[in-house]
Design a protein around this ligand. Structure first.
Ligand code: FUL
Length: 713
C-alpha cells in the first residue's frame, strides 16, 4: 500500500511542471523509498543476454581485496621457487596473519587470497599428501598451519578468505602425469573443506617448464587445455564451496577472467562477457567480448611493488599514491575488481612502507568520494518504462542499488537529466547498470549545462557494474547522462557525482636530451609553479604550461603542484641537472635505442650488444670540453634488470684515443639498492668519457643502463 502511494507520488512528480515542488519532493521520496521493501512490482524487464550468477554478483560487490605472496622463494630472493628449496629455509619468525588482516581492513579491502601453494610446490598448510610443507620447516617447530592462521584472522577481521593453489608444482614427482591431478584435487579438498568459507579459488596459468620434480631435475611440458581436466576440478570446487568463484587464466573458462596484464588496468571498454568455449585472445581478456555468450567479468590483479614476492631491493619501489589512484580508476572505475598484492617479508610481516601506501590510498579514495552531489537533485528522463514509478529515474539517485531507472522495451537510447537548486562543481561521475538483468549499454555521454549550452564532459562506451569517469572540474546546475546506444532497453541503478580533491604529490621533473625540462603533476588539474634559481617556489613563481625553454648549463628545478580551489600545495619537488646532453653522442655503437640512456627517463633502458664481453665499454663524446668532477650511473630499474654493473673503471679523454683512468671501484650494495650511483674524482678537463663495466651482479657479460650522466665543476 505504502509502495503504491509512493509510486503515485513519483508519477505525479514526473508529470508536474512545477520544478520547485519536484525538487522539494525528491528528498522525501528518496528517503522513504529506500526504507520500504519493493513488493507487488510488475512488468520487470526480462534479462538480456548472459547474467551474473549470485556468486559472481557477490564477488563483484567486494570490489577491492588483497593477495598475499609468501613461500620458500621469499628466502631465496627469487620470483618463483624451483621446487628444490630446502623446507628448513622457511622461517617467518614474526609471522602474524592478524597484522595482514588488520592492514587489509584498514585499507578498506573486503577479503584476502593467500598463496597456499605457489609454483615451488611448498605448502603453507600441513598437507597430508606431501612432506614439502610447513610441517618440515622450523616455523612453529613444524606444528604451524598458515592457512588456518590466515582464515582465522580473516574471520576475526570480517574479511572473506580465498586460496591460490598453483596448478604447476615444481616439486612434485608426478607433475605432468595423470597421478598429479589426483594429488592436486586432494589438496584442493583439504583447502576447501577444513578452513571454512572460501570466496575465491585462484588457478594460476603459469604451467610446466623446468623443475625439481622429486629429483628428476628436468623440463616437463603439459597441454594446459587437457592436462588438468578443469571441468571435473570445477565440479569438485563447487561441491565443496557452493558460494565460491573460480579464477583461471588458462584452460577452461571459469567464473572470472584475467585482464591480460599484471600492470593494474583493464580496457576502458570492458564487457563482462566472453564465449564459454573457444579461443581467448589478449584483446578479449582486456576488453571482454561484446557478444560473448557467458558472464565472465575481469579481475585486475597487480602488486603493490613491482614483483609478487618480497625483495629488499624493492623497498623504495612501493607504488606511490598517484600510481595507486591511477590503478583504482583503471580497475574499479572500469568495471573491474582490484586484487592488490602484498609481498610478505621473510620475517612474516607486511613492510611498513606497503602499509603506509595502502592506508594513504584508502584515505585518498575516502576523500575523493566523500560527498555525493546527486542527493537532492531533481531528476527527469526522456523515457520511463511503462511510465511506472517502479522504473523512475529517481531510482538512480535513491541510495538503493537494487532499484533502477529503466526504459521501455526497444528504447535503446535516451537521457536522464539531473537539476540542482544551486550550481555544483564536480570532476567525477559514477554510473552503474542493474547487471542482475544483464549488461546493455554500449555508449554514453555526460554533459553539463554551461552558459545555457550543453557541453560534453565525457563520452564513453561500457558501464556494467560500475564506471567512474574523471575530468576537469565543471560548475553547472544541470547534468545530462545520455545513453547513445544500448543492446536493448537499459537499466541504470545508480549515479553519483563528486568533487574529488587533487592529489598533491610532488610532481616529477625530467630533462630530456634536448635540454627541455618536462614537469608532470600527479593530478592533471593541478597548477605547477617552478623556479630555476634554487629559491623555493610559490604561486607567485613562474607557472609551468607545457615546457621550460631549453637550458644548456647546470640548473636546479624546484616546483610545486597547487590546487587553486583549496589553496593547498604539494611539497616541493627538486631536481639538480648538470650540463644539458644536447651535443652528446654515444660513439662506437650503431643503435639509436642506446640514446634511451640519455633521455632523462628512468623507465627506459638500453643493453650493450650481447656479443660484447666484459670489460664492456660505453664511450660518450660530450661535444665540447667540460670540467668534469664525477659521473652518475643508474641501472635498469625493472624487475628483470640484468647487467647491473658492480665493478667499474671510469676514464676521460681529450680526443677519444688517449684515455686517463680517473676512478675505479665498486657500486656496493647495488643489487639490493639499484638507485643512482654517484662517484666524484679530482677535476679534469675532457671531451670524452668512458664507463668500463668490469663485472655485474650476475657474474655474466650483460651490461645495461637506464641513465648515465656527468658531474661538472
Ligand atoms: C603469476 C605468477 O607467476 C606470479 O608469481 C604471481 O603468483 C601472479 C599472481 O601470477 O602468473
Amino acid at each position: 500500500m505504502i509502495d503504491k502511494l509512493i509510486s503515485n507520488a513519483k508519477d505525479n512528480l514526473f508529470s508536474s511542471r512545477n520544478m520547485n515542488s519536484k525538487y522539494l519532493f525528491s528528498g522525501l521520496l528518496i528517503s522513504l523509498s529506500s526504507f520500504i521493501p519493493a513488493f507487488g512490482q510488475v512488468k520487470s524487464p526480462p534479462p538480456y543476454g548472459p547474467v551474473p550468477s549470485e556468486n559472481q554478483l557477490n564477488w563483484q560487490k567486494m570490489e577491492y581485496y588483497a593477495f598475499v605472496h609468501l613461500s620458500v622463494n621469499t628466502y631465496t630472493d627469487m620470483p618463483w621457487g624451483k621446487g628444490d628449496e630446502d623446507p628448513t629455509i622457511f622461517n617467518p619468525t614474526k609471522l602474524d596473519c592478524r597484522q595482514w588482516a588488520r592492514i587489509c581492513k584498514d585499507a578498506g579491502m573486503k577479503g584476502i587470497i593467500l598463496t597456499a601453494k605457489h609454483h615451488s610446490g611448498f605448502c603453507l598448510w600441513p598437507s597430508k599428501y606431501t612432506e614439502y610443507s610447513v610441517k618440515n620447516s622450523p616455523w612453529r617447530n613444524g606444528n604451524g598451519d598458515l592457512v588456518r592462521e590466515m582464515s582465522d584472522a580473516c574471520k576475526e577481521y570480517g574479511l572473506k578468505f580465498g586460496v591460490y593453489l598453483s596448478p604447476w608444482d615444481r616439486n612434485h614427482t608426478d607433475y605432468g602425469k595423470p597421478e598429479y591431478i589426483t594429488y592436486f584435487r586432494n589438496q584442493l579438498r583439504e583447502l576447501l573443506t577444513n578452513y571454512g568459507d572460501v570466496f575465491e579459488a585462484w588457478f594460476d596459468g603459469a604451467n610446466g617448464g623446468s623443475g625439481y620434480y622429486g629429483g628428476a631435475n628436468e623440463t616437463r611440458t603439459i597441454d594446459p587445455s587437457t592436462y588438468y581436466d578443469w571441468q571435473n576440478t570445477y565440479k569438485l570446487v563447487r561441491t565443496l564451496q557452493p558460494k565460491i568463484v573460480i579464477w583461471n587464466d588458462g584452460g577452461d573458462r571459469a567464473d572470472l577472467r584475467w585482464v591480460g596484464t599484471e600492470a593494474g588496468y583493464v580496457g576502458e571498454t570492458n564487457w563482462s562477457l566472453l564465449n564459454a568455449t573457444g579461443e581467448v585472445t589478449e584483446n578479449m581478456l582486456r576488453y571482454g567480448l561484446e557478444n560473448g555468450n557467458a558472464w565472465v567479468p575481469g579481475e585486475v590483479n597487480t602488486s603493490i611493488r613491482p614483483e609478487w614476492f618480497y625483495h629488499k631491493k624493492e623497498d623504495e619501489k612501493v607504488k606511490t599514491l598517484p600510481q595507486l589512484m591511477e590503478i583504482y580508476y583503471n580497475s574499479i572505475g572500469r568495471n573491474g575488481t582490484l586484487l592488490l598484492n602484498f609481498p610478505i617479508m621473510p620475517n612474516g610481516l607486511i613492510h611498513e612502507f606497503d602499509e603506509k601506501a595502502v592506508v594513504g590510498f584508502a584515505k585518498a579514495i575516502g576523500d575523493a568520494f566523500a560527498v555525493n552531489l546527486t542527493h537532492g537533485a531533481l531528476v527527469d528522463a526522456s523515457n520511463v518504462r511503462a511510465k511506472d514509478s517502479q522504473f523512475s529515474p529517481y531510482n538512480s539517485v535513491d541510495k538503493n542499488k537494487d532499484t533502477y531507472w529503466a526504459t521501455d522495451d526497444g528504447v535503446t537510447s535516451g537521457s536522464l537529466t539531473l537539476r540542482f537548486q544551486k550550481p555544483i562543481s564536480f570532476n567525477r561521475f559514477l554510473v552503474q547498470e542493474h547487471i542482475q538483468l544483464g549488461q546493455r549499454v554500449k555508449s554514453f555521454t555526460v554533459e553539463a549545462l554551461v552558459d545555457s549550452k550543453w557541453e560534453e564532459v565525457a563520452k564513453e562506451t561500457t558501464i556494467v557494474y560500475k564506471r567512474i569517469l574523471r575530468f576537469k572540474t565543471v560548475t553547472t546546475n544541470s547534468v545530462r547522462l545520455t545513453i547513445n546506444n544500448a543492446k536493448s532497453n537499459f537499466l541504470i541503478s545508480n549515479i553519483e557525482m563528486y568533487l574529488a580533491p587533487q592529489i598533491l604529490a610532488p610532481p616529477t621533473i625530467i630533462r630530456e636530451k634536448s635540454g627541455h625540462v618536462r614537469i608532470n603533476p600527479a593530478d592533471f588539474e593541478s597548477q605547477i609553479f617552478y623556479t630555476l634559481d634554487g629559491t623555493t617556489p610559490s604561486i607567485k613563481s613562474d607557472r609551468y604550461t607545457g615546457s621550460i625553454k631549453t637550458i644548456d648549463g647546470k640548473v636546479t628545478v624546484k616546483c610545486i603542484a597547487h590546487d587553486p580551489r583549496t589553496g593547498k600545495n604539494s611539497i616541493v619537488a627538486e631536481e639538480n641537472f648538470d650540463v644539458a646532453k644536447t651535443l652528446w653522442k654515444i660513439t662506437g655503437v650503431n643503435d639509436e635505442k642506446a640514446y634511451a640512456i640519455l633521455d632523462g627517463d628512468v623507465n627506459t633502458q638500453w643493453y650493450q650488444d650481447k656479443s660484447s664481453r666484459m670489460p664492456a665499454e660505453l664511450v660518450v663524446d660530450l661535444g665540447r670540453m667540460e670540467n668534469l668532477t664525477g659521473f652518475r650511473y643508474l641501472p635498469d630499474q625493472h624487475w628483470w634488470a640484468k647487467g647491473i654493473i658492480v665493478n667499474y673503471e671510469f676514464y676521460v679523454s681529450d680526443d677519444g684515443n688517449n684515455w686517463i683512468s680517473v676512478d675505479k671501484g665498486e657500486f656496493a650494495n647495488i643489487k639490493n639498492s639499484p638507485t643512482w650511483q654517484i662517484r666524484t674524482f679530482k677535476p679534469m678537463k675532457a671531451r670524452f668519457i668512458k664507463l668500463q663495466a668490469l663485472s655485474n651482479t650476475q657474474q655474466d657479460d650483460a651490461v645495461g643502463y637506464s641513465e648515465v650522466d656527468i658531474i661538472t665543476q
